[in-house]
Write a protein that binds this ligand. Structure first.
Ligand code: GRF
Length: 191
């Protein structure tokens, strides 16, 4: 079984869709949900699905390799960032080379980088007068939103769209594509 850890800082709607997608998988198991936000909705999603959780803080995630050691102790094979807002430290990148992916709610390389998350992204895209937006699934390297792109999907932006209505369109794309992209990536995975 490929053991997957999902990192999330927010509501966890992507995490929920990924968990649902692999519920009856014979090859992939969602072994751990990791979060840095005690108030994140994702804890409830983990509990509802009887998935173990790990709370991380700056000390365990950035200033030490405690988190890396806990992932390795559980034999985690692959890491999915689903709305995780911290930059991944070099220690984790080196421990999981080519095995960490992220989803970003815009068409990278535009509208990425520090501070570009959640509604900030959709506000910037609409303020720039873009006619389309979308999602980007990419490998994670030591810089925000700069790893090799794996997959992108687009949606149109109508003149009537607001950041909120665009966010809703983006979530539909995320929920439709992220689990399938993960599955296709892992199907080619040799453990
Ligand atoms: C998504 O929009 C994702 O693209 C971004 O953070 C958001 C997570 O939403 N990285 P949720 O917590 O999965 O609902």
């Amino acid at each position: 079984m490929i053991k997957l850890a999902i990192f999330a800082s927010g509501a966890g709607s992507n995490a929920a869709k990924i968990i649902e997608h692999f519920k009856n998988s014979s090859t992939v198991v969602i072994d751990l949900i990791v979060s840095n936000k005690k108030e994140a909705g994702v804890w409830g999603i983990a509990a509802a699905n009887q998935i173990d959780t790990l709370y991380i803080n700056r000390e365990s995630f950035i200033e030490s390799d405690a988190c890396v050691k806990q992932l390795q102790a559980r034999s985690i094979d692959f890491i999915v960032l689903a709305g995780f807002l911290w930059k991944v430290p070099e220690s984790l990148i080196h421990a999981y080379p080519g095995k960490i992916i992220n989803i970003h709610p815009a068409l990278l390389p535009k509208y990425g980088g520090k501070g570009m998350y959640g509604m900030h992204v959709h506000e910037a895209v609409i303020a720039a007068g873009e006619k389309e937006s979308g999602i980007t699934i990419h490998y994670v390297d030591a810089h925000y939103d700069e790893g090799d792109i794996i997959f992108q999907a687009k949606c149109t932006i109508e003149p009537t769209d607001t950041p909120a209505s665009l966010a809703a369109k983006i979530h539909v794309l995320e929920h439709a594509h992220f689990p399938v992209v993960i599955e296709s990536l892992l199907s080619g995975f040799s453990m």
